[in-house]
Design a protein around this ligand. Structure first.
Ligand code: PEP
Length: 274
């Protein structure tokens, strides 16, 4: 697989130095509602040691734990540039009377760098729609955190043949209001719902096909350089046995991993699958 680096020269007159945007290799583990604090500390320590020992510099590993563990786990990864911490959600509001919610400032204050937005489970069980996610993306970017924006179709949508339109529309409605200078900070995760937690993985051809469509859709809105600089991850029953084939696809820049991120050996083997 070719890993060309694409350079975007930011012509913003307010900045004196040139900014270089590069497509990154990323593997993010989404723990969902799993692991006690003690279990999470053990898993994180194992991952940090293995990644530091075994993984070359150009892959970013990310751990997305439940909110309640974030501060502790951020302390454990502190000092490793190869492992970062993400939350699985955030409020669309900056602060205020929103009982039970967590803000971007709170996440930043404990060392979180990335925020997963629009996971299909949140879309389904918490009624998160494209309009709400549009607001959340804005809040995350305004706080200088990095959104990992999830998109993906159900089996019904795929069988009806409208999966490309469906996924492109998710991007259009939640992201395409952003300025180019904002959009270039967003990471996309394509996660076909029929492949999440089912053991059924999209074939590498299916993943590549959709990732190429997503990249072309971004190019239409923001131009080829930004599209080529956007990291697009695949998620859905990705495991050590299939990660190499998926990551070898030209437009697949890594993975968002659910079940296989709960075992350190499996997760780190996926991180090493480029
Ligand atoms: C996910 O929930 O983001 C996911 C990809 O899950 P799994 O790897 O278990 O299919």
């Amino acid at each position: 697989m070719g890993w060309p680096f694409f350079y975007l020269y930011n012509l913003n007159r307010n900045r004196s130095k040139t900014t270089i945007i590069m497509r990154q290799k990323i593997v993010a583990g989404n723990w969902k509602m799993n692991k006690t604090l003690e279990e999470g500390q053990k898993l994180t320590s194992e991952i940090v040691h293995m990644v530091n020992d075994e993984v070359i510099d150009d892959v970013q590993a990310i751990i997305a734990s439940p909110y309640i563990h974030l501060a502790t786990l951020a302390g454990l990864v502190n000092g490793s540039s190869k492992v970062a911490i993400a939350s699985q959600n955030v409020s669309q509001h900056a602060s205020g009377a929103y009982t039970g919610e967590i803000s971007c400032d709170m996440l930043k204050s404990v060392g979180v760098e990335y925020v997963i937005l629009g996971h299909s489970e949140r879309r389904e069980y918490n009624q998160e729609d494209n309009a709400l996610l549009k607001a959340k993306v804005e809040t995350v970017l305004a706080a200088d955190l990095t959104p990992i924006f999830c998109c993906g179709e159900s089996l019904d949508v795929r069988e009806a043949g409208s999966h490309f339109d469906f996924v492109c529309n998710q991007l259009t409605e939640s992201l395409f209001h952003l300025l180019a200078s904002e959009f270039e900070k967003v990471i996309i995760a394509y996660e076909p719902i029929w492949a999440i937690g089912t053991g059924v993985t999209a074939s590498s051809d299916q993943a590549q096909e959709m990732h190429a469509v997503i990249r072309a859709h971004i190019a239409k809105q923001y131009g080829g350089e930004i599209a080529q600089g956007t990291s697009i991850l695949y998620g859905g029953s990705c495991k050590p046995s299939n990660a190499k084939e998926l990551f070898a696809c030209e437009d697949v820049d890594g993975g968002l991993i659910g079940g296989a991120s709960l075992q350190s050996r499996d997760f780190v083997d996926i991180v090493k699958s480029f």
